[in-house]
Design a protein around this ligand. Structure first.
Ligand SMILES: [Fe+2]
Length: 308
């Protein structure tokens, strides 16, 4: 059974597949059948407590993600829907698919992730108000899938400002790399990934494999683009050559990867981690501007504009 976010089932739409709820005893019971209207179903048959415990069968996951994508496409393009609603739907859907892809990076889920990134990028490109809501929604959490969702959103918003709204850069292709920049972490043992104390040099080497692991997973999925591969592979490179995996120097690092690194650093600073408390937006931006000399000052200027 795969848990779904009820928020992603849009009112007035039809259930994409049979839905189940989990009882207090941990048992799954049938809740609603495919094609039932969601508004009535939610209002009449769920307690507040149950709303967090809706599931679909693993065999139906494809129906669910296809539904999410088409609903999201419609919502983002709707001239009447509020920006806030669009942002909330996009954020919830992104978190759902990123969670799935990190649990199970098979090509079908990478494909669904790429599909859902399309309306997300469309929204950021076309709607400043919604972008502002999205930036405000980014929950500060240590989970890899939340981190990836947040970095994806910050990076696309930053790329749009940095390159200009009418640039020839394909933000859809970049989006795939931004959202999936840490995909390789699903190949890293959890006891190393979540270790609270300092890492040994061997453990550090294992973690540092994640850019190459991620690039390989993307290639194997058949959905990789050159832009996404560059971002995934280079997002931990640093101008002074001390980054990984290839120790590239300043001019060798692609601007796409620099954008991702800045968003990645900011997101890490503003989240609780085992080794530091989370900073406020102001503290994190000040630290980045004043103390992180290896980050591009032009990019930092654009990034600060996102929060103005
Ligand atoms: Fe990373």
């Amino acid at each position: 059974m795969f848990p779904i976010d009820l928020f992603c089932l849009h009112p007035e739409s039809l259930a994409p597949c049979d839905l189940y709820k989990k009882t207090e005893d941990g048992e799954f019971v049938f809740f609603a059948q495919k094609s039932m209207q969601i508004n009535r179903m939610v209002k009449e048959n769920l307690t507040e407590n149950e709303k967090n415990k809706i599931y679909v069968q693993d065999d139906d996951i494809d129906f669910y993600f296809n539904y999410l994508n088409s609903e999201l496409m419609q919502l983002v393009k709707s001239p009447t829907a509020k920006s806030e609603k669009k942002a909330e739907a996009v954020y919830s859907s992104c978190k759902v698919i990123m969670q799935k892809v990190f649990e199970d990076p098979r090509s079908e889920f990478v494909n669904h992730a790429c599909d859902l990134i399309v309306p997300t990028v469309d929204l950021i490109i076309s709607n400043d108000n919604a972008t502002r809501h999205l930036v405000n929604l980014t929950a500060h959490d240590h989970c890899t899938y939340v981190h990836s969702t947040n970095v994806g959103i910050f990076s696309i918003a930053l790329a749009r400002i940095f390159f200009g709204a009418n640039s020839s850069h394909d933000l859809q292709k970049l989006g795939m790399g931004f959202f999936l920049h840490d995909l390789g972490k699903c190949k890293i043992p959890l006891e190393i990934l979540n270790k609270p104390g300092a890492l040994t040099s061997d453990e550090r080497k294992v973690i540092n494999r994640h850019p190459e692991e991620g690039r390989n997973l993307l290639s194997e999925s058949g959905y990789a683009t050159r832009e996404a591969e560059i971002i995934v592979l280079q997002h931990h490179e640093r101008d002074d050559g001390t980054g990984y995996p290839n120790g590239l120097n300043g001019s060798e690092i692609h601007p796409y990867a620099r954008i991702c690194r800045l968003a990645d650093v900011y997101e890490a600073l503003t989240s609780d981690r085992p080794y530091h408390r989370k900073r406020t937006t102001f503290e994190a931006l000040k630290l980045i501007k004043e103390e992180m000399s290896d980050l591009d000052q032009d990019l930092i200027g654009c990034f600060i504009g996102l929060f103005a």
